[in-house]
Design a protein around this ligand. Sequence first.
Ligand SMILES: Nc1ncnc2c1ncn2[C@@H]1O[C@H](COP(=O)(O)OP(=O)(O)O)[C@@H](O)[C@H]1O
Ligand SMILES: [Mg+2]
Length: 245
Amino acid sequence: MSILYTKNLTKKFGGLTAVDGVNFQVEQGELRALIGPNGAGKSTFLAMLSGRLKPTDGEIFFMGENITTLPSHAISRKGIATTFQITSIFPGMTVYENIWVSANSKRGSLNPLVHHSNLRDVEEKTEEILKLIDLKDKSDVLASNLSYGDQRLLEIGIALATDPELLLLDEPVAGLSPKETREMSGVIESLAGERTIILVEHDMDVVMNLAEKVTVFDSGKVIAEGTPEEISHDKEVIKAYLGEE
Ligand SMILES: Nc1ncnc2c1ncn2[C@@H]1O[C@H](COP(=O)(O)OP(=O)(O)O)[C@@H](O)[C@H]1O
Ligand SMILES: [Mg+2]
């Protein structure tokens, strides 16, 4: 079953068509990469899936439901999490507190009179996430004191703490050192399978190692889709993207 699909999804900014009639689908548990040259419409596409931008035309279905017109907070509650806002981090709180607050928010209220066992669940969830993102030994570090790479991992942790079915990652290794890139790739790999992940990525090595299937955007349109192996031999893709580097 497709956990998410789009029909003719389109976004225009004035006279510019950033996303142009995209029919896309992703299966539950898949790790899908979206690639394409700068300005191809990848970030705009993701922003529509999360509800941050509203489509000009077309529809988005998530777990069988038409979510096209839902506001972003409602889409997030349905189970789509994104990380492109580093603003999701509270710099004055520790790593642990950042994850805890996000896990706690899943319960729907900040009421301090909640049942004790509920809070235990939040603590367990927080510990589990800290392990997943490999920041357990930095639990007590203030978020503002983390390296850039660790902040990006924390962002993913904050998103994961809401238990999303679908995680959207927009260039998670951009600006990271080679060592941080390897760490981030390892974390993303460990998340795959349990959740569905859509990963916009520029780093072809990362894409080739992680993705089961790759969708190639160019000028707002999907020009190819296939395994990393197929994509790397596709003539149109090489012309549009790989050849440019
Ligand atoms: N908020 C916006 N207003 C106007 N144009 C935009 C906006 N966001 C993106 N664009 C334009 O839409 C096109 C697609 O951009 P984007 O989705 O960011 O591409 P990508 O992520 O593939 O690099 C580009 O031409 C970009 O300049
Ligand atoms: Mg982008």
